[in-house]
Design a protein around this ligand. Structure first.
Ligand code: PHE
Length: 343
């Protein structure tokens, strides 16, 4: 009997040796080690044997089963390996070819500018502070010296939030953050920038968007002067735009007194006044600024007899446009990769 087990093993292995495709190897498995295969048939014979032979026969059958299963696994692996080598030879891989560059995302140009602004003011000791985009009329206007029906409201066309009991709106500028930063800071000095999204009810055009960023700045201390304003903002312009002349030009905001816009020399015409970018003035307006109005200091919790401060507000989209000569503000929300990929 043991002899026939041995023969069965030789026959099966010889057959397997010659097999090199998946279909035949599967047929082989069914024939020998499948549920109704030759090996299981041997096990079924055990019962019919004399008791004394059963042990040895069972052991031999088990060894056969293990040997055939191992051979089967090895064969399956070998077939896979051979198929792979054949494929590689049929279409050779040139490992010296440069790889395909996966498309990389870009940081949005506005965010790049914002990060530059954070860095510059961060190095000057400013904290970054964020306040809400949905504001009350009180914060956005009244505490900034702009009562209801004040003509200056025309400068900030407003989206109102329907259904609120108090007048609620999408902030039209980051200046309400001045009040919030002062109230959070009192009685300590304040030195913070407040970046964030603002909204205005505008006809969208190359120059106006209904949604844009601003960065507000507020400094409050015991002896803050207009010289501090000029020095801080001139240094900001130097780091942002390189060494080029700046000027402070009279302006008006209800919440600062006196007020000034800061201009830098036109990056195209260099002051000659020959380019539409600067509207032929030779200067580009960069930001609005001024000394914090005494009423506003008071609304922030500070006694204007002891404290003074300056504030400023700038638009990162506008700054990005000036730096790169971008002609149309609508690109910033256009999601056009041909635009975004340039930055
Ligand atoms: N909030 C003003 C605007 O939106 C800018 C500004 C901020 C001016 C702070 C002076 C001081 O135009």
């Amino acid at each position: 009997m043991s002899e026939s087990v041995h023969e069965l093993q030789s026959r099966a292995l010889a057959q397997l040796d010659a097999i090199w495709d998946n279909e035949s190897v599967e047929a082989w498995r069914v024939e020998y080690i499948g549920r109704k295969g030759a090996v299981n048939a041997l096990f079924e014979q055990i019962g019919a044997l004399p008791k004394a032979e059963r042990g040895a026969f069972g052991k031999a059958a088990n060894e056969l089963k293990n040997a055939l299963e191992a051979a089967f696994q090895a064969k399956v692996g070998a077939i896979k390996q051979r198929a792979l080598s054949e494929a590689l030879e049929a279409e050779p891989l040139d490992v010296t070819l440069p790889g395909r560059q996966p498309a990389r995302g870009h940081v949005h140009p506005t965010i790049q500018t914002l990060r530059e602004i954070y860095k510059i003011f961060g190095e000057m000791g400013f904290q970054v502070y964020r306040t809400r985009q949905v504001e009350t009329d009180m914060m956005n206007f009244q505490l900034l010296n702009i009562p209801p029906y004040h003509p200056a409201r025309d400068n900030w066309s407003t989206f109102y939030v329907a259904g609120a009991e108090e007048k609620v709106l999408l902030r039209t500028h980051t200046s309400p953050g001045q009040i919030r930063a002062m109230r959070a800071g009192y009685p300590n000095p304040v030195r913070a920038i407040l970046p964030g999204m603002c909204y205005r009810y505008e006809q969208i055009s190359a120059r106006y968007e209904i949604q844009f960023n601003q960065v507000e700045g507020i400094v409050v201390g015991r002896h803050i002067t207009f010289g501090d304003l000029k020095g801080t903002l001139t240094e900001f312009a130097r780091r942002m735009f390189g060494a080029r002349p700046v000027r402070f030009y009279g302006d008006h905001f209800p919440f600062t007194e006196p007020s000034a816009q800061m201009d830098v020399r036109c990056i195209i015409c260099e002051g000659k006044g020959t380019d539409p970018l600067c509207k032929y003035t030779g200067w580009l307006e960069i930001l609005g600024s001024g000394m914090v109005h005494p009423d506003v200091l008071r609304n922030g919790g500070y006694d204007p007899n002891e404290w003074s401060g300056f504030a400023f507000g700038m638009g990162p989209e506008r700054i990005t446009m000036l730096k790169h000569g971008i002609q149309d503000i609508r690109y910033f929300w256009g999601n056009d990769l041909r635009f975004l990929e340039q930055f």
